[in-house]
Structures are given as structure tokens and as C-alpha cells.
Design a protein around this ligand. Sequence first.
Ligand SMILES: CC(C)(COP(=O)(O)OP(=O)(O)OC[C@H]1O[C@@H](n2cnc3c(N)ncnc32)[C@H](O)[C@@H]1OP(=O)(O)O)[C@@H](O)C(=O)NCCC(=O)NCCS
Length: 326
Amino acid sequence: MPEALVRRACITGIGGYLPARIVTNQEMSTMVDTSDEWIVERSGIRQRHFAAADETCAMMATAAGRAALADAGFDAASLGAVIVATATPDQAFPATAVRVQAALGAAQAFAFDVSAACSGFLYALSVADSLIRTGQTQSALVIGAEVYSRILDFTDRTTCVLFGDGAGAVLLQARDVPPHGPGVLSTHLHADGAQGDILYVDGAVGQRDRPGYLVMNGREVFRQAVTRLAAVVDEAMDANHLTSQDIDWLIPHQANRRIIDGVGKKLGLDAARVVITVDQHANTSAASVPLAMATAKADGRLQPGQLLLLEALGGGLTWGAALVRL
Ligand SMILES: CC(C)(COP(=O)(O)OP(=O)(O)OC[C@H]1O[C@@H](n2cnc3c(N)ncnc32)[C@H](O)[C@@H]1OP(=O)(O)O)[C@@H](O)C(=O)NCCC(=O)NCCS
């Protein structure tokens, strides 16, 4: 008897975009009392990209989205949905996603933003996966895009050295595949609003006297990240009856090298199977996972049939994981 097929959201294109301006740790040390040595030792970060004054979140999201469409050879005019995960939209509304929809010429697509800070891409991927599996759309461009340089307090050395700007995108397309075939296998989302004050932006639309800066209790975020991420990757593996032996690549949120290494060790994964970009990009929040995917795609590490474990944690707290076969 032929194997029953299942409807899956399959990744058919991956793309990224980074602003041209690179800011090294050395340059950061001219702004605040810090050093390359301290930043590398505590976070693994060596440099980050910052957007130019006229570069917007929508522009970066569009560039990454366009790269993902080109990678798939997919015409924007046929696109069913555009979903942008961002905590740094250019405007309260309209959503960044509709600016991207217009810029791409994706006239048939519905479009909206997802707000879940550094977990935004995982949340957006989960929503897009559901929309595709329930037949609401045949395709979705899922983008993470951030301009954190606009919400950093450049007098606070404990936060401003840790973040960067960028965008990453994946194109998801509906496919009917065998159960062991490609696609998003499962997504696992969590939130703990009681921890909302350990990582937040102290301003908002309507507070005209406050630009809104990122505030973080780094130690507490670190503590939460290690335990929450370890639990959610176990949850994802158990749900699919998989072990770390089955994983080709762990593609974690790129916040801190020590957190990434902790999750890799917990899984018993060889460090060579973990995609690391935090040294080059710093923490680009919702953009970090798709940007890391784009990096590994561009250098040939990602290949069809491979199993990816994605995970992220961020402000909210929000956190999540996803298992995806390419
Ligand atoms: C932020 C983080 C790197 C700080 O590392 P840490 O080992 O906890 O460092 P501490 O906060 O204990 O600070 C240690 C010392 O370094 C100092 N320090 C802080 N930032 C510094 C910087 N950029 N340069 C130099 N010194 C710095 C502190 O003032 C402190 O000095 P003190 O002992 O004289 O008070 C770490 O807590 C972390 O990575 N947290 C998670 C952050 C994260 O991933 N956030 C995003 C999640 S989406």
C-alpha cells in the first residue's frame, strides 16, 4: 500500500540581509567603558552590524525576503502571506509586513507582524506552519528583522555591546510529503509574563518624551535561558521520538556563546553541529535564527534532507523550539 502523505510547510528558500556598517568591539569601547576581551569572554561577540540612518526595518526585511524568494525561484506575485517578526518596527502601524508586501509586489499576500522579541521568528514560523497545514495559504514568507541599534542605550555598557541589526527570511510552501519527508515537524511555544520585567523596552508609542531603551537583568535572563531552552529542546525531541543523534544542525538564537554552548552540551551535540553567528552578528533578536540559517545555507552546510533544531528565548519571557527537515 502506498505511504499516506501528510500536508507540511516546507522550507524552499532561505535568505538574509546585514547592513553594511560593521561595528567592532574596539569601536564599542570608544563609546562605553568596555573592552574586546570582556565582550568576547562574556558573550562570544566580536562585531555587530548597525543600520545606516536611512535604513529601515522594512527595507532590511524586504531585502532578506527577496533573497529567500530568489533562493526558492519563487515569484512574489504568487505569495500567499508575509509574516514579519520584529520588536523594532518602523511604525506602530501599519505592520512592517505590509510595507514588505508592497515592496516585494506580493499583491495576493495577506500580511501581519508578530511580536515576541527574540523568540519572534519561532512564533512566526509556528503561525505560518499552522496556516499552511490548515490550508489557509499555500505559501508564506516568514521574516525576522530588527534595528536594535535604535533602542539601545549607548550609555549602558551592560546592554549596548550585546545587540546588532539584520534580517533573515524563509519561504514556506505547502507540500504533501511522506511522514519521514521534509517540512516543519513540530513547533513548541511558551511564555511567562511574570518575568516581563527582566528584559523590556522602557518606552512605547505615545510616550513622546521617552525614546524607549532596552533594559535587561542580564544574570536573570541568563539563568532563565539555560533552564527554559534545555527544557524546550527536550520537549521538541520527545514529541518527535528523536534523539540528539538524529539532529544534523542545532541553529540556536544567537544571544550569547555561553548559553548556546550550554544547550549544545546538554543535548550532547558535537560543537561542529551547532551553527554559530553570534561572533559576527551579535544578538539580532528575531532575525538571529533565520540569519544563522542563511549563513549556513550560503556556505553549503545546509543540505536537503537534514534535520534542524531551532530554538530561541527572549523578552516576555517567550521561548520556543522547532524541528524542521529540509
Ligand atoms: C550580560 C552578561 C553578558 C553579563 O555577564 P555576567 O558574567 O553576568 O556579568 P555581570 O553582569 O555579573 O557583570 C560583571 C562585571 O562586569 C561589568 N560589566 C558589565 N558590562 C560590561 C561591559 N560591557 N564591559 C566591561 N564590563 C562590564 C559589570 O559592571 C560588573 O562589574 P562589577 O563586578 O564591578 O559590578 C550575561 O549576564 C548574559 O549574557 N546574560 C544573558 C543576556 C542575554 O542573552 N540577553 C538576551 C536574551 S534574548
